[in-house]
Each structure stands twice: as structure tokens, then as C-alpha cells.
Ligand binder design. Structure first.
Ligand code: S3P
Length: 170
């Protein structure tokens, strides 16, 4: 069974990389935000707006707890998932975790022009966004860095992750 779990800050590329990797490995791709939206029939923004962030964090953990039943998959986690309710421990128990490390500057550039709506950064100016990312990343890195593998920007490719997964089998 292959379970690949991608963690990292908003905008680091978990979903894009995850889809390509799942395709290459021939296993299902799961995006935690998309799965939650399907389950609740609301967008992440609507969930934050109607019930608040803390309820969203509970829903994330409830979703995570359902994954024990699944077989192989590539999972792109929401950026905050590993940082609440000891979820990073659960993710490490569930499969092989990879942290996609990116600098705050790079994340800010990617997020400033992103089309996806993200309630935590909605409406921030470019400079406020950078400051927000620097602060949040400093808070969250301790959790992200508990991943089995910390991947530099150059290592964030489907081929590289597949290679690490193969190495673990030897
Ligand atoms: C969040 C990241 C988002 C989404 C929600 C909160 C966060 O997912 O779960 O907007 O707290 O970092 P992405 O990392 O896929 O943007």
C-alpha cells in the first residue's frame, strides 16, 4: 500500500504536485479541502464564514480520521491541517509525509496571484501578505518539519517522491 501525504503552507503546490504524482503512481488523489467541501456541500470560505475556523479544524480532523479505511492514495492536506489537534502525528501514522518547503517570499508571490479563495489571506495587500506568511510559517514550521521528508524546491517533483517511496520498500 502506498500512502503519500503532502504538507506545507498554502500555495506551496501540494495539489498540483499531488495530482501529477497520483497519476504517475496510478493511485487515487485526495485533496482535503475538496473532500471536505464535497462532504459539507459548502466551500472552505463558507465554512469559515458560517462556523468559524475552529469548527473547520474539527471537520479537518474528522476527515483525517476517515482515511484509515482507505487503501493507497496521494493526499494534499490543507495548509493548517498538520498544525491542529496533533494531526501531524496522525498523518505520520497514516502514511509517508513530505513537507514541501518554500520561502515566505516565494509563497507570497504565488499566493498574491492565486485564483483559489483562501479565507485567512483574503484581501491582504502584498506587504501584509508577506508579513502574515512570515509569522504563520514561523508558528507552523515545527509541525511541518515533523514530516518524514523535508523537500527542497528542487526535490519537489513526482519522480523524486516516487524514488523516496521506492527506497522505503528496500
Ligand atoms: C488553510 C489552507 C487552505 C485551506 C484553508 C486554511 C490554512 O488550504 O485549508 O483556507 O490554514 O493554511 P491550502 O493549503 O490548500 O490552500
Amino acid at each position: 500500500m502506498d500512502r503519500v501525504i503532502l504538507v506545507g503552507f498554502m500555495g506551496c503546490g501540494k495539489s498540483t504536485l499531488g495530482k501529477k504524482l497520483a497519476n504517475r503512481m496510478g493511485i487515487p488523489f485526495l485533496d482535503s479541502d475538496a473532500e471536505i467541501e464535497k462532504g459539507v456541500l459548502m466551500s472552505v470560505g463558507e465554512i469559515f464564514g458560517a462556523f468559524g475556523e475552529s469548527r473547520f479544524r474539527e471537520i479537518e480532523t474528522e476527515f483525517l480520521d476517515t482515511l484509515n479505511e482507505e487503501g493507497s492514495f496521494v493526499l494534499a492536506t490543507g495548509g493548517g491541517m498538520p498544525c491542529f489537534h496533533r494531526n501531524m502525528d496522525k498523518l505520520n501514522a497514516l502514511g509517508t509525509t513530505f513537507y514541501l518547503e518554500r520561502s515566505p517570499k516565494e509563497l507570497a508571490n504565488r499566493l498574491f496571484n492565486a485564483k483559489t479563495k483562501r479565507p485567512l489571506i483574503d484581501g491582504l495587500s502584498e506587504s501584509d501578505l508577506l508579513r502574515f506568511i512570515e509569522d504563520k510559517l514561523a508558528e507552523r514550521e515545527e509541525a511541518y518539519k515533523q514530516a518524514n521528508f523535508v523537500l527542497s524546491r528542487e526535490e519537489q517533483t513526482p519522480a523524486q517522491i516516487e524514488e523516496f517511496m521506492e527506497l522505503l520498500k528496500k
